[in-house]
Design a protein around this ligand. Structure first.
Ligand SMILES: Nc1ncnc2c1ncn2[C@@H]1O[C@H](COP(=O)(O)OP(=O)(O)OP(=O)(O)O)[C@@H](O)[C@H]1O
Ligand SMILES: [Mg+2]
Length: 247
């Protein structure tokens, strides 16, 4: 199996506190791996290091065989590693279609130093529509983004991330704050995305984790305490003690 992402002993210290501590992670191409763990376990910090938002104190990140440690977030996303943010980055006063189209144009701009820009307006529009179909928002394409439900706004954010045409998509709590109906819609979206994408997911809702994951990794105090199939992890006594028992 091809490892699309690998980290070697990633460590991030804030003062004398190790938020992430010698963390080895590997993600296999085409799979969905979830990271779970109690609040403050270091999950988001690990994402911040992988996506280039913060520099690790120590350790290396390899993506598609290349060392990407200390590259800028832009240059990492250009290589095909995209991340959606908790903080919304949609333009509330633009339509759903315009939000996605801008993201597609942004991608073309970022690429133009490597590729001859061939993207005509119609090609950009086609790509934007394809994404809207994928995220189930085509019927709302002319709605102003701020009028979408909270769940649909979160899906639009994922759509904006997809405009980068990533090989690996990292999602940090995509269902946080959602109703159970909205959560179910997100689970369906994630299932659909796994058909052509590798996904690394941070998620607190155990039913979501159990239904979408190929493998689950459990993080506690910046370290890995267990990893396996959803069933294996659910049964692991250390996991129950550290995490599930505390729920
Ligand atoms: N910029 C920062 N400066 C100082 N401490 C930080 C910083 N970012 C995170 N931390 C600390 O690092 C630890 C790990 O935080 P992190 O946000 O990675 O946890 P998490 O697993 O994502 O938690 P949650 O499930 O609540 O989102 C926490 O103790 C947090 O307070
Ligand atoms: Mg977090």
């Amino acid at each position: 199996m091809v490892r699309i992402l690998e980290t070697e002993r990633i460590t991030k210290a804030f003062g004398n506190m190790f938020a992430v501590n010698r963390f080895d992670l590997h993600v296999e191409e085409g799979k969905l791996k979830s990271i779970i763990g109690p609040n403050g376990a270091g999950k988001t910090t690990l994402f911040n290091v992988i996506s280039g938002k913060i520099r690790p104190t120590m350790g290396r990140v390899k993506f598609k065989g290349e060392d990407i440690t200390n590259l800028s977030p832009n240059s990492i996303s250009r290589r095909g590693l995209a991340r959606s943010f908790q903080i919304t980055n949609i333009f509330p006063n633009l339509t759903v279609f315009e939000n996605v189209r801008l993201a597609v144009q942004q991608r073309d701009k970022k690429r133009s130093s490597y590729f001859t820009p061939v993207s005509s307006l119609s090609e950009t529009n086609r790509k934007a529509k394809e994404i809207l179909n994928q995220i189930g928002l085509i019927e709302y394409q002319d709605s102003v983004a701020r009028n979408l439900s909270y769940g649909d706004q979160r899906h639009l954010e994922i759509g904006i991330t997809l405009a980068m045409e990533p090989d690996l998509l990292m999602l940090d709590e995509p269902t946080s704050g959602m109703s159970s109906m909205e959560t179910q819609a997100t689970v369906r979206l994630i299932d659909k995305l796994t058909e052509n994408l590798t996904i690394l997911l941070i998620e607190h809702k155990m039913d979501v984790v159990m239904s979408v994951s190929d493998t689950v990794l459990v993080m506690h105090y910046g370290q890995k305490i267990a990893e396996g199939t959803p069933k294996e992890v659910e049964k692991d006594p250390r996991v129950r003690e550290a995490y599930l028992g505390g729920l």
